[in-house]
Write a protein that binds this ligand. Structure first.
Ligand SMILES: Nc1ncnc2c1ncn2[C@@H]1O[C@H](COP(=O)(O)OP(=O)(O)OP(=O)(O)O)[C@@H](O)[C@H]1O
Length: 259
């Protein structure tokens, strides 16, 4: 599908010269089929280090499938995934986490029966020394505004606090790439604004690259450097939020969907 707007690309930013140093993540020809259904269709995706990219598209467009391929939860049918210059297509999921790819799922995957501090301790055990635990836990809880709740059992937190806790747990792993599936679904306006600010800080201050699946276009507008639109498993458009929002073809694929 073509467009006359030069700020909107119909093909993604893949560096064919082999100079991949500025990109933390690339996929080439990535495909995933579930039986006869192609959920990811020949996706060439490129993400700069420290970039905050939003992934949007209608229901069933293949957004979650794409993130699950990057984390290794799903195996591709074809294609390659490169992370920080290395081919990780065959790498097991836990090893990808160890190399700095962390995922935040839509439903908070926290340990509900444990305290807030104990939750943060779990990922820290993978990266920090024992004598650093207490100071690192305090640092993370302070940053994610959960210090007063350190002894609170996680199930008693508000939904917004649980989302912040899970992002804090993901940051405890010192990632280079964080993938988030609808991090503000069901949150209040205030909680959404807090998460938006945190994600911008994580990209700008920590230099972590983020891919965020999101349906809320106002939230996308408030955080994204660039936007990738998926439709029927393929990249449909890619560009600035302004250009993508103004594209009549993007509006067309969303027609009939409540946003
Ligand atoms: N494990 C699976 N087995 C079979 N089909 C699947 C599986 N996972 C996803 N699909 C199908 O693949 C397509 C893409 O699904 P996916 O969840 O990636 O889309 P999405 O863009 O994240 O959608 P939504 O916005 O509704 O979450 C859908 O048609 C879905 O039904």
């Amino acid at each position: 599908m073509g467009t006359s707007d030069p700020t909107v690309r119909t093909t993604p930013a893949v560096d064919e010269t082999g100079d991949e140093s500025s990109q933390i993540l690339q996929t080439r020809g990535l495909c995933k089929a579930f039986g006869g259904l192609t959920a990811t269709d020949d996706v060439d995706f490129g993400l700069e280090k420290g970039e905050l990219r939003c992934l949007i598209g209608p229901n069933g467009a293949g957004k979650s499938t794409f993130l699950n391929l990057v984390t290794g939860q799903l195996e591709p049918t074809a294609g390659k995934i490169y992370y920080d210059g290395h081919d990780i297509t065959e790498m097991p999921s836990h090893e990808r986490v160890g190399r700095g790819i962390s995922m935040k799922f839509q439903v908070p995957s926290i340990y509900e029966g444990l305290s807030v501090a104990q939750n943060v301790r779990i990922p820290l055990q993978q990266v920090a020394d024992g004598d650093e635990f207490e100071s690192r836990i305090r640092e993370i809880l302070d940053r994610f505004d959960l210090l007063a709740e350190r002894q609170t059992v996680a199930s008693a937190l508000s939904h917004g606090q649980q989302q912040r806790l899970e992002i804090g747990m993901a940051m405890a792993l010192e990632p280079k790439l964080m993938l988030l599936d609808e991090p503000v679904a069901g949150l209040s306006v205030e909680e959404t604004a807090e998460i938006a600010e945190l994600l911008r800080e994580i990209a700008e201050d920590d230099g972590v690259a983020l891919v965020v699946i999101e349906h809320d276009i106002d939230f996308v507008e408030s955080i994204a450097d660039r936007v990738t639109v998926l439709d029927q498993g393929s990249i449909f458009r890619e560009g600035s939020i302004e250009a993508v929002k103004a594209d009549p073809e993007v509006k067309r694929i969303y027609l009939g969907e409540e946003r």
